[in-house]
Write a protein that binds this ligand. Structure first.
Ligand code: CU
Length: 256
């Protein structure tokens, strides 16, 4: 199946093609079933019309054809489930790349934007604790933790960046209600749940600027939770991160 067949969104991550392939296999099966049932329906209307069948036949079907078709459909569905869906799911929830070889980001949804947080040059996130939470410090970062110094926090929600051809792990959480972090071209979509941090991983394969969205209706400003995810070359990504650090995002805060 070619990419973007019938106008499906661009795929810009490694696992995206497999996910779309499964979606297409299911749709092809549904298409075959639809055509099959439609043909059967028209056949039955004609074959059992009243003029040639004035009285009902209580014996019904005598051949095993319908049984074979039933078994065929069930086997196809089992192959889709066991052969494709389960392995894809296992890969996305169990086969995480090692964190020390990945770009790790923490993304927190709130009404109504996303806060993204990068560990900075040292690769270590500053400590967070509920006792530090204030209006100015909604994530509860520990101001005394030296690891916090170079963390980059972007609260505008409109902009995130990752380097191309690198494993990316995003830990997703929420400060208030259930949101959902969705980047269609990356084929990732994960609910942001208060009190939980749920990771997703992907491997961006194409540089570009892609839309991100909140995929759960989370309140009046839901539609304003759209942003962008930039996939940059490694050099551009480093420059971007440096710029963000230099622009005062280090250690905290772009909080308004
Ligand atoms: Cu939302």
């Amino acid at each position: 199946m070619t990419e973007n067949f019938l106008g499906t969104p661009l795929i810009a991550s490694k696992h995206g093609a497999g996910l779309d392939a499964l979606t297409w296999y299911i749709h092809w099966l549904m298409f075959v079933l639809f055509v099959g049932w439609a043909i059967y329906f028209i056949y039955v209307l004609f074959r059992f019309r009243k003029t040639t069948n004035p009285s009902a036949d209580h014996v019904g079907v005598r051949s095993h054809f319908s049984t074979y078709v039933e078994v065929g459909v069930a086997v196809t569905e089992a192959v889709l489930l066991i052969g494709f869906a389960v392995p894809l799911w296992a890969k996305s929830v169990e086969k995480f790349p090692p964190e020390n070889q990945s770009v790790v980001i923490r993304v927190t949804g709130k009404q109504f934007n996303w806060i993204s947080r990068y560990p900075g040059q040292d690769g270590v996130f500053g400590r967070q604790d509920i006792k530090f939470v204030t209006g100015q410090n909604p994530l509860g970062t520990d101001p005394a933790d030296p690891n916090l110094k170079d963390d980059v926090m972007i609260s505008s929600g409109s902009e995130m960046a990752v380097p191309v051809n690198t494993n990316v792990i995003v830990h997703i959480s929420s400060l208030d209600v259930i949101h959902s972090f969705k980047v269609f071209p990356m084929r990732i979509n994960q609910d942001a749940i208060p009190g939980m941090s749920v990771p997703v991983h992907f491997f961006p394969t194409k540089t570009g600027t892609y839309p991100s969205n909140c995929a759960q209706l989370c309140g009046q400003g839901h539609s304003s939770m759209s942003g962008t995810l930039k996939v940059l070359s490694p050099a551009d990504y480093d420059a971007w991160l440096k710029l963000k650090t230099a622009s005062g995002a280090g250690g905290a805060n772009e909080f308004e």
